[in-house]
Design a protein around this ligand. Structure first.
Ligand SMILES: [Zn+2]
Length: 462
C-alpha cells in the first residue's frame, strides 16, 4: 500500500512536470493600454458601479480580478510628465524617448516595436483603438517620427507595417498633402497593399476571411461610450472581431487594444465620461478574458496605461463621495459644448437662459436629479450672460476647445460627485498593471514602462 502511494505520488509529479513542459511560450499575446488611466480611474469606476447598487464599496472590474498586479513609472527622457507618444514608444519598444517623439529614440533613430518584431517572426498582428488608428499610442507600434501630428506620413507607415488588422477611427489625413504632388491617397495605398477596408461591424464580419482587414469609422475618434449609438463601432465588439480574425490565421498573434478616450475625457475633466470609458475598456477586457479561458495554456494578457491624466482624485474635501450623481450625465463635455454652440447659433440673440438651463439639465442631471443652490445657479447664469455678450473665452485643452458655460456645468457636477482634478494635462502618477496567463507572474512589482516589452519578449522566447 505504501509503495502504491509512493508510485501514485511519482505519477502525479510526472504529470505536473508534464503539464509544465507543455506550458511553454505563449502563442497569443494581448496587450491592453488604457490611455490616461490611473489607479484612481480604475478604483473610481468600481466605486461608481457600487454606488449605482446603492452601496459604498466596489464592483470589481474584470481587469482587477487578474491574478498579478504591478505599477509602472511613466516619465520620459525630456519630461517628468510624459506625453502619449513618448509613453507609447516606451510601451511599444521598451525604450524611453523625448516627449513628442514616436517610435524613435532621443537621437531620432527608428526603434523596433514588439509588434514589428513579432510580425517579422511571422506572427499575425492587430492594432485596435477607440481613438484613431494613427493616434499616438497605436502609431507607436508602427511609425517613426518626431511629429505625432504628421498624420499623412504616419498613415503611410501604418500601411507599410503590413500588420494584419487595424480597427478604430479612420485616418485623420488620408488625402495627399499639397506639397507632395506625387503622393498617394492613403485609402488607395491601403487597398493596393491588400487590405479590405470595412466601415461597419457587419462589413468587418463579412470580411473575416480577408488576408488583411481594416475596420474604421470616420471621425477624430470613435464616439465616447456615453454618446455612442447602435450604428457606431464599439471597442468591445471590435475586440471580438479582431480576436476572431487573428485566430483564424492559424499562427501566433499579437493584439494591442487601446482604450484611447479615457485620456480625452480626463483632458476635459469630465468625470462621468472618463469613468464610463474605463468601464467600456473593461468590457473589451471581458471579451479578451473569455478568449483567454479557451486558450489558457497559450495566452498572455497584460493590461496597463501610458500615464494618468488630469491628476484625477477621488476626493475634493470631506470624507464622502457621491459618484451616483454621475449616472444622470447623458452626454460628454465635448458633446455638451457642441450642443450649446449649436443652440446659440440656431437661436442667436433670442436664446434664453431657461433654454440653456434645460439643455444643461438634460445633459448633466443638474437641477432635475442633483440640487443646484441659488449661488451655483447664479454663477451658471452669469456665465450664460457672458456667452451672450461674447465676453467668455473657451477652455482650451489637448483635444477640444470647450464652451466655458458647458465646462462650468460639468465641473459643478464633478464637484457634487466629490471628484477632484489638478489640471487639464497628464500627471506623473504611476499606472497600474494587471496580468493573466502564461508568464503573467513576471509583471508584478513597481517598475518602469520600458520593462513591459523586454519581459514580454523574454516570455515569448522561452
Ligand atoms: Zn493625453
Amino acid at each position: 500500500m505504501k509503495r502504491l502511494c509512493m508510485l501514485l505520488v511519482a505519477v502525479m509529479c510526472l504529470g505536473i512536470a508534464g503539464v509544465s513542459s507543455v506550458v511553454a511560450a505563449p502563442k497569443y499575446v494581448i496587450y491592453v493600454i488604457g490611455d490616461g488611466m490611473s489607479p484612481n480611474h480604475v478604483m473610481g469606476a468600481e466605486m461608481y458601479l457600487a454606488e449605482l447598487e446603492g452601496r459604498i464599496g466596489r464592483v470589481p472590474l474584470r481587469m482587477t480580478q487578474f491574478p498579478y498586479t504591478g505599477f509602472l513609472t511613466t516619465y520620459s527622457v525630456s519630461n517628468a510628465i510624459t506625453c502619449s507618444s513618448a509613453a507609447g514608444t516606451a510601451l511599444a519598444t521598451g525604450v524611453k524617448t523625448r516627449n513628442g517623439y514616436e517610435g524613435v529614440d532621443t537621437l531620432k533613430q527608428p526603434l523596433t516595436s514588439i509588434a514589428t518584431l513579432l510580425h517579422n517572426q511571422d506572427w499575425a498582428v492587430g492594432i485596435l483603438t477607440s481613438a484613431s488608428i494613427d493616434h499616438a499610442t497605436p502609431a507607436s507600434f508602427y511609425t517613426h517620427t518626431t511629429d505625432r501630428n504628421d498624420y499623412y506620413h504616419i498613415g503611410q507607415d501604418l500601411v507599410r507595417s503590413d500588420f494584419d488588422f487595424f480597427g478604430g477611427a479612420a485616418f485623420q489625413h488620408p488625402g495627399v498633402p499639397e506639397n507632395e504632388p506625387n503622393g498617394i491617397d492613403l485609402y488607395a495605398m491601403t487597398e493596393r497593399a491588400g487590405y479590405v477596408v470595412a466601415r461597419t461591424y457587419e462589413e468587418g464580419e463579412a470580411a473575416l476571411e480577408a488576408d488583411k482587414l481594416m475596420v474604421v469609422q470616420d471621425g477624430v475618434s470613435l464616439p465616447y461610450e456615453i454618446n455612442t449609438s447602435k450604428e457606431d463601432l464599439h471597442l468591445p465588439e471590435l475586440t471580438s472581431l479582431a480576436l476572431r480574425f487573428l485566430e483564424s490565421k492559424d499562427r501566433p498573434f499579437f493584439l494591442m487594444v487601446e482604450g484611447g478616450l479615457i485620456d480625452w475625457a480626463n483632458h476635459g475633466n469630465d468625470g462621468a465620461t472618463s469613468l464610463r470609458e474605463t468601464v467600456d475598456m473593461d468590457r473589451a477586457v471581458e471579451v479578451i478574458y473569455q478568449f483567454y479561458l479557451q486558450h489558457a495554456d497559450e495566452t498572455l494578457v497584460v493590461i496597463t496605461a501610458d500615464h494618468d491624466c488630469g491628476g484625477f482624485a477621488l476626493a475634493n474635501g470631506g470624507y464622502k463621495l457621491n459618484l451616483q450623481a454621475l449616472q444622470y450625465q447623458t452626454m460628454s463635455s465635448d458633446y455638451l459644448t457642441d450642443s450649446i454652440r449649436a443652440l446659440h447659433t440656431q437661436r442667436g440673440e433670442d436664446l434664453t437662459w431657461e433654454e440653456v438651463r434645460d439643455l444643461i439639465a438634460r445633459a448633466t442631471g443638474l437641477y432635475t436629479h442633483t440640487n443646484v443652490s441659488d449661488d451655483e445657479d447664479k454663477d451658471l447664469h452669469k456665465s450664460f450672460d457672458r456667452m451672450m455678450r461674447r465676453e467668455d473665452s473657451d477652455v482650451k485643452t489637448m483635444y477640444k476647445s470647450y464652451n466655458r458655460l458647458g465646462s462650468a456645468a460639468i465641473a459643478l457636477l464633478n464637484a457634487k460627485a466629490h471628484l477632484g482634478w489638478t489640471s487639464h494635462s497628464h500627471s506623473a502618477a504611476p499606472v497600474p498593471v494587471f496580468a493573466i496567463g502564461v508568464g503573467a507572474e513576471d509583471f508584478v512589482g513597481w517598475y518602469d514602462n520600458t520593462e513591459i516589452v523586454p519581459r514580454m519578449m523574454k516570455i515569448i522566447n522561452e
